[in-house]
Design a protein around this ligand. Structure first.
Ligand code: ATP
Ligand code: MG
Length: 271
């Protein structure tokens, strides 16, 4: 359980500025979804939160301490799944467990890894190399690895993008279960998605980023009660209103990008 604070974060790849003035605090136990058009810097921001790069301006702190590199306190599911290709799915999970919980018996790691692979619907994938798995299976193996490590901060970059609808719903529920475990022990989650409904289903707060450079266009509280039952949620007036607002902010983003910024609107107005 950690508070993550971003203050005036900017990031450039060489001369190209990708992120600008991102100021935002995720309270311990917050579930934050990041929405924004392709290329606005969502993955870049997650890499910075993971400590795989430093902001070129501003600061990122975890409970007041600057993030200075990767750490076991942050579990990551990257957009490209990033399993070690020379290790089986099971070995990938075991390696992460060995690093997170050193000093246990090999058989214990293997058992735990198998349990998490089963939990994400991959009971038979433990002995397969990532190259022998489908994209959705690789993605689930990477999710199993992140869940197994059980770190207090979870950084997930479009983690369910390659999953079919039913598997996706199941793993969304699993994530919410893991997040909610016990009051006061909630994980702090940053979750990137392009799916507005998924963001509303999962998040406490939704941060919408705009393009060129990536900056915050709006922060939306999602105060729908939990547990959020899909069939009920999708009929609720407050769900529909929020969905429409998010879709229109995202569209304004894209429209103003298409007309070279002529359509200047404050998408965050009234939020
Ligand atoms: N290693 C890199 N070197 C140079 N430019 C990069 C690098 N990685 C990303 N970029 C650029 O930074 C911008 C933001 O990329 P990023 O991957 O963070 O976007 P994103 O919001 O995650 O997009 P998507 O929704 O498509 O995943 C893009 O213009 C991209 O081309
Ligand atoms: Mg990305």
């Amino acid at each position: 359980m950690h508070e993550v604070a971003l203050k005036h974060v900017g990031y450039s790849y060489g001369t190209s500025q990708v992120l600008q003035d991102i100021t935002f605090t995720a309270a311990a136990g917050d579930f934050i979804c990041l929405l924004g058009p392709s290329g606005c810097g969502k993955s870049t921001l997650l890499r910075l939160l993971a400590g795989l790069g430093s902001p070129t301006s501003g600061s990122i702190t975890l409970d007041g301490k600057p993030v200075s590199g990767p750490g076991l306190d942050r579990g990551v599911v990257f957009q490209d799944y990033s399993l070690f290709p020379w290790m089986t799915a099971g070995q990938n999970v075991v390696l992460a467990l060995e690093q997170a919980f050193p000093g246990k018996k090999k058989s214990e790691y293997r058992e735990t890894a198998a349990g998490y692979l089963e939990l994400v619907g991959l009971p038979d994938a433990g002995d397969k190399l990532p190259g022998q798995l489908s994209g959705g299976m690789r993605q689930r193996a990477a999710i199993a690895r992140a869940f197994a490590v059980n770190s207090p901060v979870l950084l997930m970059d479009e983690p369910f993008g390659a999953l079919d609808a039913i598997t996706r719903a199941r793993i969304q529920d699993l994530l919410l279960q893991l997040w909610q475990q016990k009051e006061g022990e909630r994980k702090t989650v940053f979750f990137v998605t392009h799916d507005v409904e998924e963001a509303i289903l999962l998040a406490n707060r939704i941060v919408v980023l705009g393009l060129n450079p990536g900056s915050i266009k709006g922060v939306f509280e999602v105060d729908l009660p939990r547990p959020r039952i899909r069939q009920e949620l999708y009929l609720k007036e407050s769900f529909l209103v929020l969905r429409d607002r998010l879709v229109s902010v995202l569209h304004e983003n894209i429209l103003s990008e298409l007309d070279g910024g002529q359509t200047v609107r404050s998408a965050g107005e009234g939020i």
